[in-house]
Design a protein around this ligand. Structure first.
Ligand SMILES: Nc1ncnc2c1ncn2[C@@H]1O[C@H](COP(=O)(O)OP(=O)(O)OP(=O)(O)O)[C@@H](O)[C@H]1O
Length: 281
C-alpha cells in the first residue's frame, strides 16, 4: 500500500494562466510549481484579485493551463466518488435541488451512488454543516450563508479525494464557520487532502503548509509558523510584509515573547497558546 504522505494529490508543473484582454493577453497566474501530497492541509492566502480562485479552478481542472500542466494523483477515488470537489465563494453556484435535502441528494444520484447510501450520505452531510433541521425547506429560501453551507454539504457528501474550499466561510457566522471547519477536519483526519483558500489568517492554524499569492505570483511556500512569525531576526513576518494583520493569538504570543516568555512550538491557535504558556517555566 502507498504511503499516504508521499503519494501525490495535485501538482502544478510550470502552470501559467492567461486570458484575452484589451490590447493583448493578461496573465492571471505566473509559472506556478508545487506538489501537494495526499493528506496534506494546504492553506492558500492572498489579497483580493491575487489569483486564488483562478488557482483553485486550475487545480480542479475546471480551467486548462495556458502553459504547463496540472497533475492529479493516481490514487483514484473509489467507486463513484469524484477526485476533486470545490466549494465556491459564490453560494448560488450549482444550486439545483428544490429542497435542501434534494439539492445534496441530486449530486449523489448524479455520481451514481446507490439510493440507500445516497440518502444516508445526504443526511450525514447536512448534519455535519448544521443544516439537517432545514432539510425540507426550499433551497431558494436559504440565506446567503446557509446556501454556502448547502453547497459545502453537497461537496462533502460525495467525499472527493481532494477538497478545495475557496473562501467557503466568507458569508458564515462564527458558529457555522466552526461547523464547516470541523467537518473539513474530520474528512482530513480520514485522509482527504484539503486546500483551504482564505483571507482570514485565523484559519491558517489548521494547515500543514501555507502558500501565499500576490498579483498572480507565488510569493511564499512554507510552514504556518514561518508565515506568521518574523524569521531570522527580521522585524516583520511574511504575512505582515504582504499587508495582512497576524491573527490575534499570534500578536499576543509575540508580545509575551517580547517580555521574555519562551513559547515552543510557536502557537498559531488559542489551544496551542494555552499549552505553550502552560509549559513555560
Ligand atoms: N474571467 C475573467 N476575466 C477577466 N479577468 C478575470 C477573470 N477571472 C479573474 N480575473 C482577474 O484575475 C485576477 C485574479 O482573480 P481571482 O478571482 O483568481 O482572485 P482571488 O484572489 O480569488 O480574488 P478574491 O479574493 O477577490 O476572490 C483578478 O484581477 C480578476 O479581476
Amino acid at each position: 500500500m502507498k504511503n499516504k504522505t508521499e503519494a501525490l494529490a495535485v501538482a502544478l508543473r510550470g502552470v501559467s494562466y492567461a486570458i484575452d484582454a484589451e490590447g493583448g493577453t493578461r496573465t492571471l497566474l505566473h509559472e506556478m510549481n508545487m506538489s501537494i501530497p495526499q493528506g496534506q492541509w494546504l492553506a492558500v492566502v492572498g489579497s483580493n484579485g491575487s489569483g486564488k480562485s483562478t488557482l483553485a479552478k486550475l487545480m480542479a481542472k475546471l480551467y486548462s493551463a495556458t502553459t504547463g500542466m496540472v497533475v492529479h494523483g493516481d490514487a483514484a477515488a473509489g467507486g463513484c466518488r469524484p477526485y476533486v470537489g470545490i466549494i465556491f465563494q459564490n453560494p448560488d453556484v450549482g444550486m439545483i435541488g428544490e429542497t435542501v435535502y434534494e439539492d445534496v441528494r441530486f449530486g449523489l444520484d448524479n455520481y451514481g451512488f446507490r439510493p440507500e447510501e445516497a440518502g444516508r450520505l445526504a443526511m450525514d452531510a447536512l448534519e455535519r454543516v448544521g443544516l439537517a433541521p432545514l432539510a425540507d425547506m426550499p433551497a431558494a429560501q436559504l440565506s446567503g450563508g446557509q446556501k454556502q453551507l448547502l453547497q459545502a454539504a453537497g461537496c462533502l457528501a460525495v467525499q472527493p479525494e481532494v477538497l478545495i474550499f475557496d473562501e467557503a466561510t466568507s458569508m458564515l457566522d462564527l458558529m457555522s464557520r466552526q461547523h464547516l471547519l470541523h467537518a473539513a477536519r474530520k474528512l482530513h483526519g480520514a485522509g482527504t487532502t484539503v486546500i483551504w483558500i482564505t483571507q482570514l489568517l485565523d484559519e491558517v492554524a489548521a494547515s500543514d503548509r501555507v502558500v501565499a499569492l500576490q498579483a498572480g505570483e507565488m510569493v511564499f511556500d512554507g510552514s504556518k509558523e514561518a508565515f506568521l512569525y518574523p524569521q531570522n531576526g527580521e522585524e516583520a513576518s511574511v504575512c505582515e510584509s504582504l499587508g495582512f494583520m497576524p491573527p490575534f493569538v499570534v500578536q499576543v504570543a509575540r508580545k509575551l515573547m517580547e517580555r521574555g516568555m519562551q513559547l515552543h512550538p510557536l502557537p498559531t491557535s488559542v489551544e496551542e497558546l494555552g499549552r505553550a504558556v502552560g509549559q513555560w517555566r
